[in-house]
Design a protein around this ligand. Structure first.
Ligand code: UN1
Length: 513
């Protein structure tokens, strides 16, 4: 059941305004699990109540996905691309309505919510092109009149577990690529932001229902808690599980999937760092730090959390940042001009305060970080983003806290800065701000940043969909979205074809009777 405002936003999609927690294609049904009350982080009003899916319902969706797979895998990839093209068109036509829902439900500002919907549209376009480019190699055979080649085939139904902070884009990165690769998708969005998932699933499944080649169980949605996530991770019917979220969640998924020898694709914590060198363009540095550190209220996987500044410019840069932080418009994320919306919920606020207290104990000087209550909607957890000047070896710097806390540290020489930068367990996004080509290239080299995303003169967040997205170490090693990330969603078959009348064996082996 939706409240009146949610109903009015939802009705703009032309979808039924009483969405349920479980959908297999266009068939919606009530979850058989516990009650879920969804609250907007803007002012904590309850916006929906649903009963969540159970693990039995996960099994039903997977059975439908397996049936769908048998049909979908033989639909030509460019025809599969046509479905994704139409989904992209539908998302395009609903861009502002979807952004409104994302902003209200998740708390990111409208500009960023529009950006998130644009990511979905972009990945649809990318996947459409990809549907004609699922290339395999032809390989020189060592034997006469033999052909050695590889083909990429659909893998099977894919489980997608997504997080609250990008409630729809991460689904699209996975689902649109999976669809063109020939795989059905079973999606468990975050129970903290399920409404935009209901809307996106509704839009995509309505498009699929119009396409005769698209079987019913191709797309399904299960709103549920960790039990649903575990059932997805445990299901042998899902050869691939793609999970985005915290390191403990990812570790649990990885172990479950590995124990059944399935594949997992993980995009977990980032504790992202930036080095600001003496030659950096100062204005560019402050702007890129600001967007990366306070954008989405510090709740992106790619948010900037650690700043290593050359000692010659550290005072000047920290002063400039303090003055910018002091002026940040904080408040209702749907209001024009606001740059910082609320944290997702009270536990996020408590975790932020605990991290700041620990930082103080470990010698950090904290600026900001307090709760904002004036000129903001009451009930939401609004905070002034924090800057913490601290020693690089403080233990708290090793941790990702999903809140706008920027640890500022000083360095003397670049190799020391790179070592400190790499000296954390996570490895998602990184950046260097420098006008020195040697420094920039070193940072991008094998001796430089050890992350999956390595940027020069741009912040850590806000990647385009065309690149492969993901990171190393505790970030989980997965790559999603662009480049050749599609290969994770397919299986490779290597073919050797003998068109001679002989049977020469590889490696010159003689085996004659
Ligand atoms: C995430 O926070 O999980 O690069 C995804 C970015 C966005 C995606 C972030 N394009 O910041």
């Amino acid at each position: 059941m939706l409240n009146a405002r949610a109903e009015s936003i939802f009705s703009k999609f032309g979808l039924p305004v009483d969405p349920q927690a479980v959908a297999v294609g266009g068939k919606w049904s009530k979850g058989r699990g516990n009650e879920l009350t969804v609250r907007s982080p803007v002012d904590a009003t309850p916006i929906a109540s649903l009963t969540m899916a159970t693990s039995d319902q996960v099994a039903e969706a997977i059975a439908a996905a397996q049936e769908a797979f048998v049909r979908w895998r033989i639909v030509p990839a460019p025809v599969r691309g046509e479905l994704v093209r139409q989904i992209g068109q539908s998302l395009r036509s609903q861009k502002s309505n979807l952004a409104e829902l994302v902003s209200w439900e998740m708390g990111k500002i409208m500009q960023e919510a529009l950006g998130e919907v644009q990511e979905m549209i972009d990945v649809c376009d990318f996947a459409v092109g990809l549907s004609r480019q699922l290339y395999g190699k032809t390989i020189a055979s060592e034997r006469p009149l033999h052909r050695l080649a590889e083909q990429w085939h659909p893998l099977g139904p894919v489980g997608v577990i997504s997080a609250f902070n990008f409630p729809v884009a991460v689904w699209a990165w996975n689902a649109m690529i999976a669809l063109v690769c020939g795989d059905p998708v079973v999606w468990k969005p975050s129970e903290k932001a399920p409404l935009s998932a209901l809307a996106c699933h509704g839009i995509a499944s309505r498009v699929a229902a119009e396409m005769p080649e698209a079987p019913e169980g191709l797309l399904s949605l299960l709103i549920g808690d960790a039990e649903v996530g575990k059932a997805i991770a445990d299901a042998p019917g899902l050869p691939l599980v793609s999970a985005t979220g915290s390191v403990p969640m990812g570790r649990d998924v990885a172990v479950r999937v590995a124990s059944r020898l399935g594949r997992s694709l993980l995009e977990l914590g980032g504790n992202n760092g930036m080095i600001v060198a003496p030659s950096a363009d100062f204005e560019l540095a402050t702007r890129s730090i600001l967007f990366a550190a306070v954008g989405t209220c510090g709740q992106r996987c790619t948010s900037l959390r650690r700043l290593y500044v050359h000692e010659s410019i550290a005072d000047q840069l920290t002063d400039a940042l303090r003055s910018l932080y002091g002026k940040l418009p904080i408040g209702d994320p749907m209001r024009e001009g606001i740059l910082v919306g609320p944290l997702i919920d009270e536990p996020a606020f408590v975790a932020m305060q605990a991290a700041l207290a620990t930082a103080r104990e470990q010698g950090g000087a904290v600026f900001g970080g307090d709760r904002v209550v004036d000129d903001v909607p009451q009930g939401g957890y609004y905070v002034r983003p924090a800057i913490v000047e601290i020693q690089a070896d403080a233990a708290i710097v090793q941790q990702e806290t999903f809140a706008p806390i920027l640890y500022v540290m000083r360095y003397e020489d670049l190799s020391q800065a790179i070592a400190m930068h790499n000296g954390v367990p996570q490895g998602l996004a990184s950046a260097i701000l420098t006008n020195d080509v040697r420094e920039a290239e070193l940072f991008c080299s094998p001796a430089g940043s050890d992350c999956g995303i390595v940027n020069v003169n741009i912040g850590t967040s806000g990647a385009e969909i065309g690149g492969a997205f993901g990171g190393e170490k505790e970030t989980g090693g997965g790559r999603e979205s662009g480049s050749d990330a599609w290969k994770a969603y397919m299986r490779r078959s290597t073919n050797t074809i003998n068109y001679s009348r002989d049977l020469p064996l590889a490696q010159g082996i003689q085996f004659d009777l």
